[in-house]
Ligand binder design. Structure first.
Ligand code: SF4
Length: 253
């Protein structure tokens, strides 16, 4: 597949964000754009962290702190397919081990009575998802990819994982509340823009998502083939959503 290098400069309050990425030229599913979208998210996160430092609020996340890796992680559908494919490509016995962790996590979710709500959340993320997220967090289920409090798929971790940075004390992330967590403000949420673009829905609609903990089950049962579109067109449309986010919703969460 032909891939071209692309550099984009985005003007934001307080500076310019430069994103350098490789874009597939042919007709591809959204997941082929994930490397470019992860790079984009990383650039926004670096910008957000810089603005936060300038405001006297340095980021408190540190290597080896996996407290946020027990949260409910929303994935765009393309990311859920990519995570399922990544697990299938793991060498044995690692693949079976990770799959068993997913199954174990799901058994705990079922025992807590959250399975219908979580599997139902493979539709659209809505306001009530905050409550569900807090209930899930209360179970203390470590992400199946967490090893020694570090991410074992760091380079390919979900976009929402990249977009979670705090300035509040890290210990608070073990039992987060809206009042105690101070998150770094970002210009937009790349995972949500990608999720909405994939389904062709408005920026004001809840973003369609799959919680990470049910991603393998969802991917195994998904019947719709991922739609194919030219890579540059997908990227341009996701980026156009960032601009609408900035105009319509302002900055931050
Ligand atoms: S994918 Fe990695 S960063 Fe994201 S929750 Fe899991 S271990 Fe943490």
């Amino acid at each position: 597949m032909d891939t071209r290098g692309l550099t984009v400069d985005l003007a934001l309050p307080g500076g310019t964000v430069r994103v350098e990425m490789d874009v597939p030229m042919g007709e591809v599913p959204m997941e082929r754009l994930l490397p470019a979208l992860r790079t984009t998210a990383d650039a926004f996160v670096a910008y957000g962290a810089e603005m936060s430092v300038a405001a006297g609020k340095p980021v408190s996340c540190a290597k080896g702190c996996g407290a946020c890796c027990r949260q409910l992680i929303p994935l765009a559908h393309a990311e859920a397919r990519a995570i399922a494919a990544l697990v299938e490509e793991l060498p044995e016995p690692r693949r079976s081990e990770v799959k068993e962790r997913f199954e174990g996590a799901f058994r705990r979710v079922e025992a807590a009575g959250l399975a219908p709500a979580l599997e139902g959340r493979t539709g659209r993320m809505a306001a009530e998802a905050v409550d569900l997220g807090l209930q899930y967090m209360g179970l203390g289920i470590a992400c199946p990819f967490l090893e020694d409090e570090s991410c074992s798929i760091y380079a390919e971790r979900p976009i929402a994982c990249r977009e979670y940075l705090v300035t509040s004390p890290p210990a608070r992330c073990a039992a987060p509340t809206v009042e105690t967590i101070e998150a770094v403000s970002l210009p937009t949420r790349v995972w949500a823009a990608a999720a909405r673009e994939e389904k062709g829905i408005a920026n004001t609609d809840p973003a369609p998502c799959v919680p990470l903990v049910v991603a393998l089950r969802w991917a195994a049962s998904a019947r719709d083939a991922a739609p194919l579109r030219p890579g540059p067109e997908i990227l341009q449309k996701v980026y156009a959503r960032f601009a609408r986010d900035r105009r319509g919703e302002g900055f931050g969460r």
